[in-house]
Design a protein around this ligand. Structure first.
Ligand code: ADP
Length: 168
């Protein structure tokens, strides 16, 4: 009986945890890669307690960058933005955790580094809006789309054994 109760309890707590779990698409842009910020940026998400579910270094072409930023196609900076994203390899990642979309945006900081708070990635490592080092999904739904676009092959299925040391 105690084994059965244990199984029930662990299934119950798994359900509670997974219900609150989100995924976000994070990309270290070409300037972040060129400037050697990959380890620093990954470290911030890792130390926070989020789980890395997908990771690759890729150089994308114009058509792909235009797809990723399709919502911004009418903006005057769109062409420059696409040129920036295709200018070198980027690190594409999927991070998972409770509220990871909103918290990830806080870790990243405001779009314009002139307004990003010190302590955020853009606040600490960027100056110009067109060289702001990192991208993070702005909502769960856009995250889902971006993950499908960047990781059509799928992402890793694993759960950190530190889970119960990070979540109550
Ligand atoms: P975020 O990346 O913070 O979600 P947006 O989706 O509004 O911000 O814009 C996407 C990216 O386009 C920004 O991260 C930045 O690199 C670039 N960008 C946004 N606004 C400007 C601008 N006014 N001039 C140049 N580049 C911009």
């Amino acid at each position: 009986t105690s084994i059965y109760i244990y199984i029930l309890q662990s299934q119950f707590s798994n359900k509670i945890h997974s219900a609150k779990m989100e995924q976000t698409f994070i990309m270290i842009k070409p300037d972040g890669v060129q400037r050697g910020l990959v380890g620093e940026i990954i470290g911030r998400f890792e130390k926070k307690g989020f789980t890395l579910k997908g990771l690759k270094l890729v150089t994308v072409d114009r058509a792909f960058a235009e797809k990723h930023y399709a919502d911004l196609s009418a903006k005057p900076f769109f062409n420059g933005l696409v040129e920036y994203i295709v200018s070198g390899p980027v690190v594409a990642m999927v991070w998972e955790g409770k509220n990871v979309v909103a918290t990830g945006r806080k870790i990243i900081g405001a779009t314009n580094p002139a307004e990003s708070a010190p302590g955020t990635i853009r606040g600490d490592y960027a100056i110009d809006i067109g060289r702001n080092v990192i991208h993070g999904s702005d909502a769960v739904e856009s995250g889902r789309k971006e993950i499908a676009l960047w990781f059509p092959e799928g992402i890793a299925e694993w759960r950190s054994s530190l889970h119960s040391w990070i979540y109550e």
